[in-house]
Structures are given as structure tokens and as C-alpha cells.
Write a protein that binds this ligand. Structure first.
Ligand SMILES: Nc1nc2c(c(=O)[nH]1)N[C@H]1C(S)=C(S)[C@@H](COP(=O)(O)OP(=O)(O)OC[C@H]3O[C@@H](n4cnc5c(=O)[nH]c(N)nc54)[C@H](O)[C@@H]3O)O[C@H]1N2
Ligand SMILES: Nc1nc2c(c(=O)[nH]1)N[C@H]1C(S)=C(S)[C@@H](COP(=O)(O)OP(=O)(O)OC[C@H]3O[C@@H](n4cnc5c(=O)[nH]c(N)nc54)[C@H](O)[C@@H]3O)O[C@H]1N2
Ligand code: SF4
Ligand SMILES: [Mo]
Length: 711
């Protein structure tokens, strides 16, 4: 009788690592409903979170460890016990180590591993890359930071300011103008920023969205600037040119706190408004107005993220945008981009050292990426497996990633997986990657785990609200059990009590307070300080200035010059584009952009969840009415997208929200348990493995060429 009673509990959403505070209803041991927790900081719920009960109790959840019985890629498995599975994994990994050396085993962690305690206890560091294999002796730890975040969050801001990207916070509440450039805060996980921007809008604060698409945020903006994909660098340089020419920049800041301004002033002369219009498609007059607006509105803030990362000059474009904010005097002032030094890296719990004497794959090709992230650039993984270069890799631990839907040119990755000696996949569902695995281990959702979440000025415990589904375990428990078998179990907490004790080892009284508090605890927040560079608050040596080699904002960046890159934020034309490759452009006259987030999916996830699928049943290509009618395509038609690399079927969504000549493709399709039309719609069959940003090694996923035909 007691079992059927519904109980309500307060916890943290357990679908993605967003950390939204929620209230859940549990009945008969099952999660039945979920709502945002009111009256506490960070109470929120996104559309995906709303469908959490369906995700958690999906019949597709992996319930037991699996061992492969068929051919690699066939997806034939038998169920087994945790003991057998983990012993087998350890035995095989140790055998590879014995025969080829520890570097022959690599790990890759994905979007399923960003939960806070997991990041802290596996050494996530600046780029959320699990360092579980360091004590094993392998430097080959990699993650989705090989194609996400590092350009925006590490390379560009480090080169400019000696800071990490998330340390540059948009001071929305004090700003007079908000520029959202290549980001869509409506799909943020967690969705906190979007609410703040909408509140600012209600107060009459202007919003400008720079995006090739009329995104959720562009629809709410006062001005939508439809830039040609991949040309943001030229737009930013054009704005810098005007701001310098019209002397609208902050002369005092430039004089005292930057190096390389004179070289920049010379270089940007190439980017006149007329030239910028030619490159970017943004009318010259709009470029001029935008420059004046950004420079003369005191307190202009910025929100940017992945929209600029996937072009040939991604890192340099992001640098140019940030430098515009610096020279207009909008860094570390109220209403601008405020520096929060304390934000990252988080509480590192895993104290291990990088193996000496051997560099990871990618270190030679992308040396700055390696220096700043201490991890492997996973784009070099196929070369190591298929060609043994720079040395052979034989084994892979894949934790919470769907590599076969998220990396470019899937067939290269399938061939790579088929050539491995040993592959372990840790996931909640049977992915395409899992079909190639020797062992598949079932991961729990965070509703099934104990953990905690540190927010700015606030802390909550995550309480498990249901028993694990099947025999699923938390990722940390899985790695801890594997570490024991690999001979370094003492580095990981074995069990929940030990885990919490270690997490709060420096302040056990906080843990006690947390365990008593139902709603988390507020932490003291220091008074906001501005212009910290002038006060000696940014550098370890206590000197005034930025944490760069010169102590200044480096417009001409020393760490880039050191590795032979351009020091200035130079523009690169899309290699596959109308100017970059005019012959190809004749054959493929549409610009292909992929992967703008939609609300109902998270990369490859949730395409098997009926309630979420209902929100968008089919994989879409978003296309302008002119382009559609030229090809006899009507809204909803099935069409084929063709590139030099392949062809894939999508469904046309005909709309003025995208300019003529550009199309936008949903990513995520290509997984074996997904609903029918999505299962075959893998956008990464169309992208290009070889076309990359030379600094980050990121593939160009958002400025390619394609043709579209009705099927
Ligand atoms: N063409 C194109 N390609 C892209 C992008 C694009 O815009 N265009 N975007 C890129 C970006 S930004 C990223 S971050 C990558 C994303 O790359 P991935 O990391 O591959 O992202 P997902 O598809 O979300 O895969 C996450 C996997 O983790 C599983 N999972 C979820 N939660 C957990 C958990 O708690 N534990 C474990 N063990 N597993 C879990 C999910 O079931 C899913 O299989 O894709 C990139 N690829
Ligand atoms: N619902 C949902 N939420 C997610 C995810 C998801 O898959 N689903 N993914 C998560 C992940 S992995 C990440 S990294 C973050 C990313 O967070 P965001 O970077 O905010 O991701 P998007 O929502 O795709 O917003 C990027 C915007 O850039 C635009 N854009 C693309 N190319 C260009 C270009 O060349 N120039 C300019 N100016 N704009 C361009 C796109 O149209 C899009 O509106 O979101 C996370 N949140
Ligand atoms: S953003 Fe993530 S954590 Fe927040 S409600 Fe959505 S799914 Fe849950
Ligand atoms: Mo991402």
C-alpha cells in the first residue's frame, strides 16, 4: 500500500548536467512528474527536463552490462554480471598495455560526462576531459573538447587575456546593450541566461543577434544581423576598423593595457564597410551603425559560444570579437564582460600527473591545444588506429559520447572502431558506438545518484530519488570499480559516504549543513570588483595587468606567435565557399550549416523518446522559400542533401528565418534506437574530416557547401 503513495522530493534534474533545481513526484518507485523548484536560486526546467520521467524509464535504457557475441558493429551481445564485465575490461586493457605500452589505450569522454562530481573526481580540468587513464600511464585522454568549447573557452580567451572563456561573464543586469553573437541562450543547459536576457528586454535594453539564422534569440532581438556563415572574423575586423578610424575606442585602456594595437590598426584597414559587405553579406550601412552602437553605448555586453567555433579561422574570429569588446572599453566594467577569476577550474579531486616522456596524439599537429588542455586532440584518433601514426592505438574507453554521430565523416570513424582491438562504451542507451563495443556498461541517470552541485554563491545536494534502473551505476562508481582492477582503486572514492566526505574534505561543516538543508545553502559572495587588472587581482604574482606573458591584453598574441600562428586575429575565408573554392560552389551553391540546437533533442539524445519526438518528428533542413521554389521543394518535402562527401535525406522546413543561399541541418540523427527518419539522417555523413581550424583542430562543421534535390 505504502508503495503506491506519491512522494514529492526536491533534487536536481538528472537528465543533463545543467543542474536545474527541481521537484519530482515518485510513485511505486518510479519518477512520474517533475517541475521547477520555486523560491530557490537556479530552479528551472527545460523542455527536455519536462520529459524526464519518460527518459528515465524508457524501455530502451541499458539495464545490464553486455559482452559482444557477434561481429563488431552488428550489435549482438549477451547480458553479463558487473564482475565478469569489469574483470574482462581490465584484463583486455592490461593486455594491450603489456604488448603495446599504456599509450595504446585512449579514452574519450562526451556530453554525457559533464556532471559535476564526475568532472571533479576524474580530473575534468578546463575542458571536462576525464583523466582516468593518466594513472594507467596513457597520455591519450580526449573528449568532446576536441570539437566543442576549446576554441571559445580556452584558446581565444587565453591568447587574448590569459583567461578561460567562462571567466568572462556577461553582466546582463547592468548592461545597456546586449549582443548575442553565434549563440542561442534559449537552448542553454541550464537555461538561466535566457531568462536574464528576457528580463533585460522588458526593461527596454537593446538586443542585437548576429546569426545566419533568425534563431529564438534573434526573433526577440531589436536587430538581427544575418552574417554569411564562417565570416564573422571579417565582420569583427570591419567593426574594429570603424571603431579605430572614427576614434571611438577607449584610448586610455588601449594605451595602458594592450599590445599590438598599431599592427591591428594597419591590418584592419583591409576591412572597409564595402569590403565587409562583400565578404559577410551584411550591408555596409548596417556595419557602420553596428560599430557606432557597440562603441558608443557605454556598458555593452556580449554572449557568444559555438556559432563561431566551426569555421576555418574559428579561434581567430572569436579573438577578434573579444578584442572589439576590449578596445571599446567593455572588459571588466559594469554592464560589460566581467572577469570572474574564481569560476574555473573547479574543485579538482583527482590528484594525478600527466605521464612523462610520451605526448598524446595531436600534440604535434595542434601544439597549443595540447599545451593549454593537456589532452589529446581526438581528431587524430583515426590516424593512430588505422595507420599507427604517430604510434598505434588499440583500445578505447568511450564514456558518455556518441562519436559516430558527432564527429565528421562517420565512415572514417566506423572503420576506426572496426579496427580496434578493444572498445568499451559506457552509456545509458545502446548507441551506434555501442554496437561496435566489446563491452557495454549501463550508466545511471543522475536521478539515481548521490552528488552535489556548486553554483555561483549557492550549493545543493543531489539526492537519489529512485533506485537505479536495472543494474545501472553512476559513471564515477563504474570508473572506481575499474580503477580497482587496474591497480589504482585508491585514487577514487569507493561508495557514496566516502565520496561525499572527500568532496567536502576541506569544509566538512558545509557538508553537514547541506545534509540538513532541504533546499541547498547560500554561500557568501564577495562584493563585485571591476577593473581587476588595474588592481593586481588577475595575476599570481599580484602585479597589475592581465595573466598573459606581457601582462597586457595581447592583440598580437605571444602564445600564438610562439607556435608559428599569426599573432593578430587574422581572417580566413571559408575553404569550402564561394570565394574559397568557386568551382565547387558552382556544383554546390548552398552554404551548409549544421547543428544549431533544437529544444527537443540534445545532440544525438532523446530521438527515441515519444513525448519529445512529438515536438519535432522529422530531421529538418531549414531552407529559404526562394531556394526551395527554385528546386521545386515545398514545406515538408523529403529532400536529399548532397556534398562532396555523401548524401543524406532530410525534410524541408521552408522559412524566411534563413537567408537565401544558406541552409541549416539538424544534427543528432544516425543512432540505432532512434525513430525511423532520424535513424538514417546523420548530418556528419556530409561534413568534412580533413577541413579544420589549424589552431584548434576543430572540424569545419558550419561553413561548407551542398546541393539540395527533391527525392
Ligand atoms: N555536424 C555537427 N557535428 C557536431 C556538432 C554540430 O553542431 N554539428 N556539435 C558538436 C558538439 S558542440 C558536441 S559537444 C558534440 C557532442 O557529442 P557527444 O558527446 O557525442 O554528444 P551526445 O550525442 O549528446 O552523446 C552523449 C552520449 O552520452 C550518453 N549519456 C547521457 N548522459 C550520460 C551519463 O550520465 N553517463 C553516461 N555514461 N552516458 C550518458 C547519451 O546517451 C549519449 O549517447 O557533437 C559535435 N558534433
Ligand atoms: N536543447 C539543447 N540544448 C543544448 C544542446 C543540444 O543539443 N540541445 N547542446 C549543448 C551543447 S553540446 C553546446 S556546446 C551548447 C552550445 O550552445 P550555443 O552555442 O548557444 O548553441 P546553439 O543553440 O546552436 O547556438 C549557436 C548559434 O550560432 C548560430 N551560428 C551557426 N553558425 C554561425 C556562424 O557562422 N556565424 C554566426 N554569427 N552564427 C552562427 C546558429 O544559428 C545558432 O543560433 O548548447 C548546449 N545546449
Ligand atoms: S537543462 Fe538539463 S538539468 Fe536543466 S532541466 Fe533541462 S535537462 Fe534538466
Ligand atoms: Mo558542445
Amino acid at each position: 500500500m505504502k508503495m503506491s503513495t506519491k512522494v514529492t522530493q526536491k533534487t536536481i534534474c538528472g537528465i543533463c548536467p545543467g543542474g536545474c533545481a527541481v521537484e519530482v513526484g515518485v510513485k511505486n518507485g518510479e519518477l512520474v512528474e517533475i517541475s521547477p523548484l520555486k523560491g530557490v536560486p537556479f530552479g528551472a526546467l527545460c523542455i527536455r527536463g519536462k520529459h524526464a520521467p519518460e527518459v528515465v524509464h524508457s524501455p530502451d535504457r541499458l539495464k545490464k552490462p553486455l559482452i559482444r557475441t557477434g561481429k563488431r558493429g552488428d550489435g549482438q551481445f549477451r547480458e553479463t554480471t558487473w564482475d565478469e564485465a569489469l574483470n574482462y575490461v581490465a584484463e583486455r586493457l592490461l593486455a594491450i598495455k603489456e604488448k603495446y605500452g599504456p599509450q595504446a589505450v585512449a579514452s574519450h569522454s562526451g556530453r554525457g560526462t559533464f556532471e559535476q562530481s564526475f568532472a571533479e573526481f576524474t580530473g575534468g580540468g578546463e575542458t571536462m576531459t576525464s583523466r582516468f587513464l593518466w594513472p594507467f600511464g596513457s597520455p591519450n585522454v580526449a573528449s568532446v573538447s576536441s570539437l566543442c568549447f576549446t576554441s571559445f573557452g580556452v584558446l581565444a580567451p587565453k591568447a587574448n587575456f590569459g583567461l578561460l572563456g567562462p571567466a568572462l561573464e556577461s553582466d546582463i543586469e547592468n548592461s545597456k546593450l546586449i549582443v548575442v553573437w553565434g549563440a542561442n541562450p534559449a537552448t542553454d543547459s541550464p537555461p538561466f541566461m535566457f531568462d536574464r536576457i528576457l528580463k533585460a528586454k522588458q526593461k527596454g535594453i537593446g538586443i542585437i543577434a548576429i546569426d545566419h539564422m533568425r534563431s529564438d534569440i534573434a526573433k526577440r532581438a531589436d536587430q538581427w544581423i544575418a552574417v554569411r556563415p564562417g565570416t564573422d572574423g571579417a565582420l569583427a575586423l570591419g567593426l574594429l576598423n570603424l571603431v579605430i578610424e572614427e576614434e571611438l575606442y577607449d584610448k586610455e585602456f588601449v594605451e595602458s593595457w594592450t599590445i599590438g594595437f598599431a599592427e591591428l590598426r594597419e591590418y584592419v584597414k583591409e576591412f572597409s564597410p564595402v569590403e565587409v559587405e562583400k565578404i559577410t553579406g551584411v550591408p555596409a550601412e548596417q556595419v557602420i551603425q553596428l560599430a557606432r552602437l557597440i562603441a558608443t553605448t557605454k556598458h555593452t555586453t556580449l554572449r557568444t559560444y559555438t556559432g563561431l567555433e566551426y569555421s576555418n579561422g574559428g579561434v581567430q574570429s572569436i579573438r577578434a570579437v573579444y578584442l572589439l569588446w576590449a578596445i571599446t572599453g567593455n572588459i571588466d566594467v559594469p554592464g560589460g564582460l566581467v572577469i570572474n577569476q574564481a569560476l574555473r577550474p573547479g574543485n579538482q579531486r583527482l590528484l594525478v600527473y600527466k605521464p612523462e616522456g610520451i605526448a598524446p596524439i595531436g600534440a604535434a599537429e595542434y601544439p597549443l591545444f595540447y599545451e593549454l588542455t593537456e589532452s589529446a586532440q581526438f581528431m587524430e584518433f583515426p590516424k593512430a588506429v588505422l595507420e599507427g601514426k604517430p604510434y598505434p592505438i588499440k583500445g578505447l574507453i568511450n564514456i558518455g559520447a556518441s562519436i559516430l554521430t558527432s564527429y565528421p565523416q562517420t565512415h572514417i570513424w566506423e572503420e576506426t572502431f572496426a579496427s580496434l582491438d578493444f572498445l568499451v562504451v559506457i552509456d545509458r542507451f545502446l548507441t551506434r558506438d555501442a554496437q561496435f563495443a566489446d563491452v557495454v556498461l549501463p550508466a545511471a541517470t543522475y536521478f539515481e545518484n548521490t552528488s552535489y552541485q556548486r553554483y555561483p554563491g549557492y550549493l545543493r545536494l543531489r539526492r537519489p530519488v529512485i533506485e537505479p534502473v536495472g543494474e545501472a551505476k553512476s559513471d564515477l562508481a563504474i570508473l572506481a570499480a575499474l580503477a580497482e582492477r587496474l591497480g589504482y582503486g585508491e585514487l577514487f572514492p569507493q561508495g557514496d559516504d566516502e565520496f561525499l566526505k572527500q568532496a567536502f574534505a576541506e569544509n566538512p561543516e558545509v557538508l553537514e549543513r547541506l545534509q540538513e538543508a532541504e533546499d541547498g545553502i547560500l554561500l557568501p559572495r564577495p562584493e563585485p570588483q571591476y577593473q581587476k587588472y588595474a588592481k593586481g587581482l588577475l595575476r599570481a604574482d599580484g602585479q597589475a595587468g592581465f595573466n598573459t606573458p606581457s601582462g597586457k591584453v595581447e592583440i598580437n598574441a605571444g602564445i600564438l606567435l610562439q607556435y608559428g600562428y599569426d599573432g593578430l586575429p587574422v581572417y580566413s575565408e571559408p575553404a569550402e565557399g564561394k570565394f574559397g573554392n568557386p568551382d565547387l560552389y558552382k556544383k554546390y551553391p548552398l552554404i551548409l550549416n549544421t547543428g544549431a540546437r533544437i529544444q527537443s533533442t540534445f545532440r544525438s539524445q532523446h530521438l527515441n523518446i515519444p513525448g519529445l519526438l512529438k515536438l519535432q518528428e522529422k530531421p529538418q533542413v531549414i531552407i529559404n522559400p526562394e531556394d526551395a521554389s527554385l528546386r521545386g521543394v515545398r514545406n515538408g518535402d523529403k529532400v536529399v542533401i548532397l556534398t562532396e562527401r555523401g548524401s543524406v535525406e532530410f525534410y524541408a522546413a521552408v522559412t524566411e528565418d534563413i537567408p537565401q543561399g544558406v541552409v541549416e541541418l539538424n544534427v543528432g540523427g544516425g543512432g540505432p534506437i532512434q525513430a525511423e527518419p532520424w535513424r538514417y539522417a546523420n548530418a556528419n555523413n556530409l561534413t568534412d574530416f580533413y577541413n579544420r581550424d589549424p589552431i584548434s583542430g576543430f572540424p569545419v562543421l558550419k561553413a561548407l557547401l551542398c546541393q539540395i534535390e527533391r527525392t
